[in-house]
Design a protein around this ligand. Structure first.
Ligand SMILES: NC(=O)c1ccc[n+]([C@@H]2O[C@H](COP(=O)([O-])OP(=O)(O)OC[C@H]3O[C@@H](n4cnc5c(N)ncnc54)[C@H](O)[C@@H]3O)[C@@H](O)[C@H]2O)c1
Length: 424
């Protein structure tokens, strides 16, 4: 058993509080939450009470919060365009840092952060949580063992899921590129990070196409209202907020505090009445065909790596389930992974298929949480090991930045129609 680390969180939302804060609070033998910062007083009051953080150590203003170093660790879980500004200040103060992805959608900020990090070389762990997820780690082991020979091609699908697209990328936080990030950066910097990890080489070039094809005025049902609550299609439209939130909430067993409902309603506990009241009045009750969204609903990429491996990648809203579906083609066999159905199998050509129990893998390595296939839990444990024992992170800040450069190149290709080299 090691020492107890003090921790602060800036951005006590869905990731910062519900995931990292709660995990830390329930591990008192490793963490003590001592300071919080959020512009929203509702969440600040809630978590200051729940986690016993003294009022004088809770801040609504980041400038006040950053006046001094308040703990060993800082979790940065604000929105995409806040991360680098906050991380620069945290590095100068000497924090060990856990920072949400994407680092930033701006190349200039990615470069700026690498420079600051050179000057203050502390741990900066970017939350590429899938790197820590047991099934994804198992795939890396299998590839490195060469059980399928030399890797040649990967077919990679990022299934966003129909209602998740409507929630996050049509009505929600990541609907507009100018406010947060292009969708390929927001959703797929994880995929691009994993690709370089699996392929074991840098990406050389990318070609991409994609559009916003469906969630726009052209496709609104004739005679639909601006808000689902007052719409005659409220019980029949697939993307009706009423159907998405209320049906899903019941399907999930009426949770008291769970994503995506805790994005709609910030106070605890959630009830059907409160969810209904929330979407009646907030952005999540808008007609999915009349929002101010501009991010794509599908995007495809063809990526070529320096060692010759090719990847075809598809991100799409139009899927029944959420999660990655990946087939690795090697000279001696295939590895097939289906995140949604928790299946991982190896087919060596001419031999019987070997199937791994993904649920059991997660249980083994991340028994206290299934978020991101156990990755959220393992990430937190790894951070302690890194600070305490100098353990190596699964990935470096430089590698995380590389995945973001791939996403930026994909976006440039989508917009210009040209093949884009990652490093010109
Ligand atoms: N690792 C992953 O797989 C994963 C999954 C989902 C989201 N994310 C990322 O996590 C980040 C947070 O997402 P979220 O879903 O928790 O969003 P959220 O909106 O629920 O939480 C963000 C919080 O930051 C607060 N905030 C905003 N500006 C602030 C400021 N200047 N100072 C202090 N607090 C401020 C907001 O009030 C809110 O409570 C985003 O960058 C998102 O892309 C990562």
């Amino acid at each position: 058993m090691g020492r107890v680390f003090t921790a602060s969180i800036i951005g006590c939302g869905s990731r910062g509080a519900t995931i990292y804060g709660n995990k830390m609070f329930h591990k008192p033998e490793r963490f003590k939450l001592v300071s919080l910062c959020d512009i929203d007083t509702v969440v600040l009051n809630r978590y200051s009470k729940e986690w016993n953080v003294a009022k004088e150590n809770c801040f609504t203003d980041e400038n006040e919060f950053f006046k001094e170093k308040r703990s060993d660790i800082l979790v940065i879980a604000t929105q995409d365009r806040d991360h680098v500004r906050m991380c620069n200040r945290a590095l100068e103060l000497g924090y060990e840092i856990l920072m949400e992805k994407p680092i930033s959608p701006l190349k200039s900020e990615l470069e700026e952060l690498l420079e600051t990090h050179k000057k203050y070389p502390r741990n900066v762990v970017v939350c590429h949580v899938l790197r820590y997820s047991p099934a994804f780690v198992k795939i890396k082991e299998l590839l490195d063992s060469k059980v399928i020979g030399d890797l040649k091609l990967i077919e990679w699908a990022e299934q966003v899921e129909w209602w998740h697209q409507a929630h996050s990328f049509v009505r929600g936080n990541w609907r507009r590129e100018d406010e947060t990030s292009p969708m390929i950066m927001q959703k797929c910097c994880h995929d691009f990070d994993l690709m370089q990890y699996y392929v074991g080489s840098k990406c050389e070039q990318v070609f991409s196409q994609g559009e916003l094809t469906f969630f726009n005025e052209k496709n609104k049902p004739e005679g639909s209202a601006d808000r689902c609550f007052e719409c005659k299609f409220r019980d029949t439209c697939t993307y009706s907020a009423e159907k998405i939130y209320i049906d899903l909430w019941h399907k999930m067993g009426c949770p008291k505090d769970e994503w995506p409902f805790n994005v709609l309603y910030k106070e605890y506990p959630l009830t059907e009445e409160k969810i209904r009241e929330a979407y009646k009045n907030n952005q999540y009750g808008r007609c999915a065909f009349k929002c101010d969204n501009d991010v794509v609903d599908y995007q495809q990429c063809l990526l070529k790596f320096e060692n010759g491996v090719s990847i075809s990648h598809t991100m799409t809203a139009f899927t029944e389930q959420m999660g990655r579906k990946i087939t690795f083609h090697g000279t001696l066999g295939e590895i097939k992974f289906d995140d949604a159905n928790k299946t991982l199998s190896v087919c060596v050509f001419g031999k019987d298929k070997v199937v791994y129990d993904v649920t059991e893998l997660i249980r083994q390595f991340a028994s206290d949480g299934f978020g991101h296939g156990g990755g959220d839990t393992v990430l937190i444990n790894t951070l302690c090991d890194m600070i305490e024992n100098g353990a190596k992170a699964e990935t470096t800040l430089e590698a995380s930045v590389e995945s973001h450069l791939m996403a930026l190149a994909a976006e440039e290709s989508r917009k210009t129609g040209k093949i884009v080299k990652i490093h010109e």
